[in-house]
Design a protein. Structure first.
Length: 141
């Protein structure tokens, strides 16, 4: 008869933490720079690398950066962080660029003798909300 003997053994395991990837962005109108604020952390060790991907083949390895918003859209932005132990995690968030408001004024009269009192009606629109401020500039006469 064969006797089975269990031999206990112990294998030490070391588990390293993943980076806690986090970032935020400023919401701006199309045609402006938006800042990407990298607030990633790690419990133990350090983060040694960042890789940004903007969904349009544009990438960066900077820690903090700004990107130009060419048009009003949601830019799918991914940040990948790598720890000093080779642990990798990522986060994907939309970065928002707003439409520019479309200015439009209507005058009650457009010609006449001086003094010519003119009343304007603001017909400006915005696809992303409402126009909250209107600044008129008539230049020098």
């Amino acid at each position: 008869m064969i006797e089975v003997v269990e031999i206990p053994f112990w294998i030490p395991l070391t588990v390293y933490p993943l980076p806690n990837v986090a970032f935020s962005s400023d919401t701006v109108c199309e045609g402006n720079l938006t800042s990407l604020n990298n607030t990633s952390t790690i419990v133990n060790g350090s983060i040694v690398g960042y890789d940004w991907n903007f969904g349009d083949q544009t990438t960066s390895t900077q820690t903090i950066l700004s990107i130009f918003t060419h048009q009003a859209e949601f830019i799918s932005t991914t940040l990948v962080a790598t720890s000093d132990r080779g642990c990798i995690d990522s986060l994907t968030l939309p970065v928002r660029a707003w439409w520019l408001p479309q200015p439009l004024l209507q005058a009650d009269v457009v010609e006449g003798c001086e003094p010519l009192p003119v009343s304007f009606v603001d017909l400006s629109t915005s696809q992303d909300g409402s126009v909250v401020e209107l600044e008129l500039g008539f230049g020098k006469w």
